[in-house]
Design a protein around this ligand. Structure first.
Ligand code: KG4
Length: 335
């Protein structure tokens, strides 16, 4: 693959991020400006507020990416930007900025699928990933199992029918009064409780496909919580532990089943929920038992960042797969 020095830009949700990456592997700078503090006040991401914050921050974040990498703007080979999926108003800020930047510098523009970006975060830290691989992408907006035959080819095996894994964490955490973002809050509460003290369903675990559903789990958790509260038996720590266990078990067992079905020896995890310690632990245990290799990014590269965007763009650059200056942003779309 061709040598590349790429500026990545990411504004799909509530992080304004820019990074410069060499050859899809070497991070020269990775700036993430999180808006979590602002959205915390509302208990979740407010799309218009996110867009406005991106508008304020984007130029400064890109500038910092260049100064930390000690590079002139003209040193880069291409400008890559997440253009799908995500909050459209938020994506448009990154897309507009990237277009203007690429146009002014006369460099090619590369469009990146946010989910592919999450997966490519693995390539920034691991050199020994073997293909084919099963990828479990679990974030605030998505839950998908993919079969990756090589760095350029991915096929969706299954997705969530309703809520994404991270969304379920966030909604249940809000319901339990644990705050936002819900994943880390539930993980923390679960360490003080015990799974199995109450029972929640492992939704779709018995099915032979690779679809997921977390809305039913969320509703079951809410109903049980209300019932336990009426009886004066509600323990938020046990509820957090059982909810996390129910969700994680389904993610892990489906991934292992997919590896067996497609005779794959490697599993990769990606996305914000891949930061979950219980998910990492159970996946480690089950892949070891099954003789599979497991990869996941460090905590910093699991959640939204632009290094992953530049890492994915490296492969588009090699294929000369460039985007026109009429590029648009899209709320959903997998490929
Ligand atoms: O990948 P990400 O930063 O943004 C999206 O692309 O969606 O993922 C954010 C999601 C949130 O739903 C958050 O609650 C979840 O990832 N998350 C976690 C953990 N850390 C972040 N979920 C479970 N356990 C965690 N430790």
């Amino acid at each position: 693959v061709q040598e590349s020095l790429i500026l990545g830009i990411e504004t799909s949700c509530d992080e304004t991020a820019a990074a410069i990456v060499r050859n899809g592997k070497e991070i020269l700078s990775n700036i993430v400006n999180s808006q979590i503090d602002i959205h915390q006040q509302f208990g979740g991401v407010v799309p218009e507020v996110a867009s406005r914050k991106h508008i304020e921050n984007i130029a400064g974040v890109v500038h910092r990416a260049f100064s930390e990498a000690q590079l002139a703007y003209s040193a880069i080979d291409a400008v890559a930007v997440t253009n799908r999926p995500g909050l459209v108003g938020a994506l448009l800020v990154g897309v507009s900025f990237a277009k203007a930047f690429a146009y002014a510098l006369e460099k090619p523009l590369i469009a990146v699928n946010h989910l592919h970006g999450h997966i490519y975060a693995n390539f920034l830290e691991h050199r020994d990933i073997e293909f084919p691989a099963i990828c479990l992408v679990v974030s605030g907006g998505h839950t998908s199992l993919l079969l990756m035959s090589n760095p350029n080819k991915m096929e969706v095996l299954g997705e969530t029918r309703d809520d994404a894994a991270g969304e379920a964490f966030d909604k249940v955490a809000r319901f339990l009064g644990l705050g936002y973002p819900g994943g880390p809050a539930i993980q923390e509460a679960a360490t003080k409780g015990k799974a199995g003290q109450l029972q929640l369903p492992r939704v779709f675990l018995d099915r032979n496909d690779f679809e997921f559903s977390f809305s039913g789990l969320k509703t079951a958790a809410m109903n049980q919580w209300n019932k336990l509260q009426r009886r004066g038996q509600a323990n938020v720590f046990d509820m957090a532990a059982e909810f996390q266990a129910a969700l994680v078990e389904v993610l892990v067992e489906k991934s292992i089943k997919a590896a067996a079905k497609y005779q794959v020896r490697t599993i990769m995890m990606a996305g914000g929920v891949a930061a979950n310690q219980e998910l990492r632990n159970l996946m480690k245990k089950r892949t070891k038992e099954a003789g599979l290799k497991l990869f996941y990014p460090s905590l910093k590269l699991c959640t939204d960042n632009a290094a992953m965007v530049a890492a994915n763009a490296h492969y588009h650059y090699g294929n000369r797969s460039f985007a026109p200056l009429s590029l648009n942003a899209y709320p959903s779309l997998l490929s």
